[in-house]
Design a protein around this ligand. Structure first.
Ligand code: GRF
Length: 266
């Protein structure tokens, strides 16, 4: 049997993608085992799915952690390795307020929650971290501590739209309301921005005149359950290479981006 990679998962909700990944691993479609499932939401049904499969789980209750941090600012210890200037310089997702004090409080609160997440993950060694309906944006504090080798990203996310269209929390809703004739889903590596990282794989499906949003969502999820295990398998096979590309546009503007090359199967 091929060497299996160890995969950690973070979820916030129902966990149907998590289930698809667990099933793909168990049926041998994917050379990967889920070694832990963490959630920011204690009521996520995906936690139950993990337990049903005998997978270790943990919860870092973000809502409670952030509230408690705001209420007891003087009592909380920021993580010893938290460098506000460095995080602020790399941060690409901002809270609604641009008030610098509020922004700093936001970053501090997130760092506290993220250091709890890192602590909960510490007992497990893992090759890849998959976000499977994890509804929290991660800051550079967390991302840099997982991506220890900056040239080899190892946090993946699945997004319910054909990125770069419709980043954010309601990809299928945004696609449907915009009147798109095609919807889709995207698996990408996580970078500092919101759903902006290098694209690994995408699937598209038609949207018909008489479709409801529910129908679009159902069709999309079915594609997600196929796409995510396929992308994890590409990672397990060592076939995902991130490269920096540069293009000169008419008029001389330079377009630069890190993209994923999918290498052929050896
Ligand atoms: C999926 O649509 C995924 O693309 C998005 O959140 C949803 C999670 O669904 N990020 P589930 O918890 O996997 O059922």
């Amino acid at each position: 049997m091929a060497h299996k990679i160890r995969v950690g998962a973070l979820i916030s909700g129902g966990g149907t993608n998590l289930q698809a990944i667990i099933d793909a691993g168990r049926s041998g479609k994917m050379d990967a085992d889920i070694v832990f499932v963490g959630s920011d939401n204690p009521d996520a049904y995906g936690l139950q799915r993990a337990r049903n499969s005998g997978i270790s789980t943990f919860v870092v209750d973000y809502r409670q952690a952030i509230r408690s941090f705001k209420e007891n600012l003087d009592r909380w210890q920021l993580p010893a390795d938290f460098q506000l200037d460095e995080i602020r310089a790399n941060q690409a997702i901002w809270p609604r307020s641009t008030d610098p004090e509020k922004v700093d409080a936001f970053l501090r609160g997130r760092a506290v929650a993220e250091s709890m997440l890192l602590e909960a993950m510490r007992p497990y060694s893992f090759d890849l971290l998959v976000l499977a309906g994890f509804m929290r944006n991660l800051t550079p504090y967390f991302i840099d501590r997982v991506n220890v080798d900056r040239t080899r990203p190892r946090i993946m996310n699945i997004h319910p739209a054909l990125l770069p269209a419709f980043p954010g929390t309601d990809g299928y809703g945004d696609t449907f309301r915009y009147g798109c004739k095609v919807g889709g889903c995207t698996v990408h590596f996580v970078d500092y921005g919101e759903d902006s990282g290098p694209i690994i794989g995408q699937r598209a499906f038609p949207i018909r005149e008489d479709d409801t949003l529910d129908a679009v969502r159902r069709r999309g999820l079915e594609q997600e359950w196929q796409l995510y295990p396929e992308c994890i398998q590409l990672f397990a096979e060592g076939r995902l290479k991130t490269v920096r590309t540069t293009h000169e546009l008419p008029g001389g503007t330079i377009f630069e981006r890190t993209v994923v090359n999918v290498l052929p199967k050896r």
